[in-house]
Write a protein that binds this ligand. Structure first.
Ligand SMILES: Cc1cc2nc3c(=O)[nH]c(=O)nc-3n(C[C@H](O)[C@H](O)[C@H](O)COP(=O)(O)OP(=O)(O)OC[C@H]3O[C@@H](n4cnc5c(N)ncnc54)[C@H](O)[C@@H]3O)c2cc1C
Length: 507
């Protein structure tokens, strides 16, 4: 039965040296983890052959047949190989909040233990600018009188909404560069082991990109392999692939090749990001803070150690430019007014934004900015091509979910590919793989994106109502228990994990 179903799969058409069963284009946080996951799936399938009750020649043939659709893997990234240096302040500038379920997946992929920074936080406190806000003018105060009577004057000191679990972390804050670098370490270690023990040879091409990507036409089910040119500087080499995975982030060129319809929204906001040193607090700095403002600005402070944190301030592009250019004292004062001044007894005071003197004598701060856009591909697949991570769905960072959704993509796609391989389907098939994966992607991204968009619209469009909503959610006993639990189930990834129970990445 196994043999019959395996033999129905389309034979690999490409035996040339430049043919690869799977090319992962983009070796960032999602692409690196995706190729690590494919290497592990291949190893598992290969090992399975040797456990089956066949003669020894059958055994190795079965292991090889199962794993042959993943025989030659290639990673292509247009940047240099990531290498983390803790002393380089730009390497600690970008952070991600990782959910417990994503941390489990990263652990199974072999990257989690390698991280030196994965600062847990046990509490999340959300506030909304209120009538007693330190940033609100007197005109706005009188117009907000009605809100005072509803919410009281102390609302901005007390969190309107709070999630706490002292037994297990709500999430972990990691440095993007370290996570990316550790994941590529894993990929290289697995590449070496696969060559030595299984005879598979993977290729990692940094400072390369693919051009002229051609996919078989839509009607061509399981048809010819795709083709592309692998480019580095002036050098170009023809290559073929059974499946290409677009993990090139929000500017994905493969997305253009697919010309998929997409939901787009320019938030007209820029995320100003910087590192800060904060005063020491009794709890060990294990709370992540988020303050919403009536004009749509959102500031988040994510703890990275007992005395450091990362700021993500979603603001207007003009304001972000001003923050980039202002003096150190002005920046610290503004950040403290947006954070600590709201709740001096809860939100730690910012002491400094680390800076260094460069060779030419000027000072440089650990800061940067990123324009924010919602861009969700509604059909993230085509014959022999799939988009995942930010290439398929880039979202607003306020909920800290972008990478987590990308990690869930990896887990879901790995399961779909495993199922296709076991049932003898071509992994490049848009029916057996692309469509099925898109269904999974939709089920873990759509509720999150819809929820986030609703919160954003409410806090900006109807701030009073959103404040009342947050307060009700936090303090009405039954609503609070049920609704907060439901929010945690979705935002921790627990709902996703319950849908993917069979995945080896979640064992
Ligand atoms: C300010 C901010 C804060 C955030 N905070 C969080 C958070 O707390 N939690 C969270 O889960 N998410 C967060 N996110 C989102 C998260 O950073 C992204 O979802 C995540 O980085 C996406 O990973 P990716 O690998 O898909 O894309 P990227 O990280 O953009 O990686 C893309 C890779 O593709 C490569 N590449 C680009 N073009 C090409 C090409 N033509 N050919 C080959 N390679 C190419 C790049 O070099 C890069 O290595 C945040 C985002 C921002 C902007």
């Amino acid at each position: 039965m196994l043999r019959r179903s395996l033999s129905t799969r389309a034979a690999s058409p490409a035996a040339s040296a430049n043919a690869h069963e799977v090319i992962v284009s983009g070796g960032g946080l999602v692409g690196g983890a995706m190729i690590a996951s494919l290497q592990q799936l291949r190893s598992r399938l290969h090992a399975e052959g040797s456990k089956m009750n066949f003669t020894s020649s059958d055994r190795s043939a079965t292991g090889t047949i199962l794993s042959s659709q993943l025989a030659r893997l290639m990673l292509v990234d247009s940047s240099a190989r990531p290498a983390y240096d803790a002393a380089n302040m730009m390497h600690t500038l970008r952070t991600v909040s990782i959910t417990p379920v994503s941390s489990k997946i990263l652990d199974n992929l072999g990257a989690w233990d390698r991280l030196t920074t994965k600062h847990p936080y046990y509490r999340m406190a959300v506030r909304h600018e209120q009538v007693n806000s330190p940033t609100l003018g007197s005109g706005a105060r009188s117009s907000a009188f009605f809100m005072t009577s509803l919410l009281g004057n102390a609302t901005s000191a007390e969190p309107l909404l709070e999630f706490t679990d002292l037994r297990k972390p709500v999430g972990f804050i990691c440095f993007n560069t370290e996570l990316n670098s550790c994941m590529i370490d894993v990929v290289e270690a697995q590449q070496k082991a696969a060559a030595e023990t299984e005879g598979f040879h993977d290729t990692l091409c940094f400072n390369h990109r693919l051009e002229d990507v051609k996919l078989p036409s839509q009607g061509n089910m399981d048809g010819p392999w795709g083709t592309a040119k692998l480019v580095s500087g002036d050098a170009k080499a023809d290559t073929e692939f059974g499946l290409i995975l677009g993990c090139e982030g929000r500017g994905s060129p493969l997305r253009d090749v697919l010309s998929t319809p997409s939901l787009q929204h320019d938030y007209a906001q820029t995320a100003f990001v910087c590192d800060v040193r904060v005063e020491k607090v009794d709890d060990g700095n294990v709370c992540s803070f988020q303050n919403f403002f009536r004009d749509g600005k959102i500031i988040g402070m994510l703890p990275t150690s007992e005395e450091t944190a990362n700021i993500v301030f979603s603001t207007t592009p003009q304001h972000a430019r001003e923050l980039m250019a202002c003096t150190h004292e002005e920046l610290v004062a503004e950040l403290n007014q947006r954070l600590c001044a709201f709740a001096p007894n809860d939100i730690p005071k910012i002491l400094e934004v680390p800076q260094k003197t460069t060779a030419d004598g000027s000072t440089k701060r650990a800061q940067g900015f990123f324009p924010l856009k919602l861009n969700v591909a509604t059909t993230p697949y085509a014959p022999r091509a799939i988009l995942l991570g930010d290439a398929a769905h880039s979202i607003h960072p306020f909920a800290g979910q972008g990478l987590n959704l990308g990690i869930y993509d990896i887990c879901a796609l790995t399961s779909v590919l495993e199922q296709a391989i076991r049932s003898g389907q071509d992994i490049g098939s848009s029916v057996a793989v692309g469509q099925v994966f898109a269904g999974h992607m939709l089920s873990h991204t759509a509720p999150m994106i819809l929820g986030m968009e609703m919160i954003k619209k409410l806090t900006y469009g109807v701030p009073g109502l959103s404040s009342v909503g947050m307060k009700a959610l936090n303090s009405l006993p039954l609503v609070s228990t049920v609704a907060k639990d439901a929010i945690m189930q979705v935002s921790s990834g627990a709902v996703f994990a319950s849908q993917q129970k069979g995945s080896f990445l979640l064992q």
